[in-house]
Design a protein around this ligand. Sequence first.
Ligand code: 5GP
Length: 253
Amino acid sequence: MSFRSFWRSPIMTAGQKLYEGKAKILYATDDPDILLTHFKDDATAFNAQKRGSIIGKGAVNCAMSAHLFKLMEANGVPTHFIDCPTAIEMRVKAVKILPIEVVVRNIAAGSLCQQTGLELGTILSQPLVEFYYKNDGLGDPLLTLDRLRLLDLATDDQVDQLRRMALRINDLLTAFFDQCGITLVDFKLEFGIDSKNQLLLADEISPDTCRLWNQTETDPDRRVMDKDRFRRDLGNVEEAYRQVLERVLSQAV
Ligand code: 5GP
């Protein structure tokens, strides 16, 4: 399906609304094992202190996540993805989402620079895996392994598995984006546990959740193709999102 027809297709009838987040709404379906995710154009930043809308974002994030979840599945990484009944909706397996944001970084940017003094753009000698507490009220604080244990957010085995999966996903995504002429700077993942206690990659993989730099640009503002354009008022946000999707969809998985 072309990007244009994705954009225009109608919305599926959904069941009961289960949860509304900043960028997505989750609905029940007739099947208790399947949920429907609706991707919104709403954009927030800095723990929702900044709010706005990015036209077409829902469709971009839905299509891009679908494509990258297929890439993951094709390479043995289990995900919650089932299919996309419309341009802005994704059917997913019902899972219990862990209250942990797993961030992988290849290049220093964002909070890593703010909190460590590392210079923006510093290439890390090896990927850095970090765990944050998914809790808006507390501002999603960085977790230590002892705090993960203290709060009983995941078992030690699950933490080991999350780290291994995050690094594998990083390898796959870094190689894929490289083929698109895009550098994967960093990204955030969320995971869920299914009825068989299996960890599945969940949420989304999109310009909302990844830092993506255009390899043909060296200017620190012009190269930005992700939500930092919105966060930092760099302009041309919609165009950047569309560009990323076009490049992603042009690469087979
Ligand atoms: P940082 O910690 O530098 O703010 O973010 C690191 C990476 O994780 C960035 O790619 C950023 O987009 C993503 N990220 C971290 N926390 C969140 C979050 O709460 N929401 C979204 N959409 N992305 C996040």
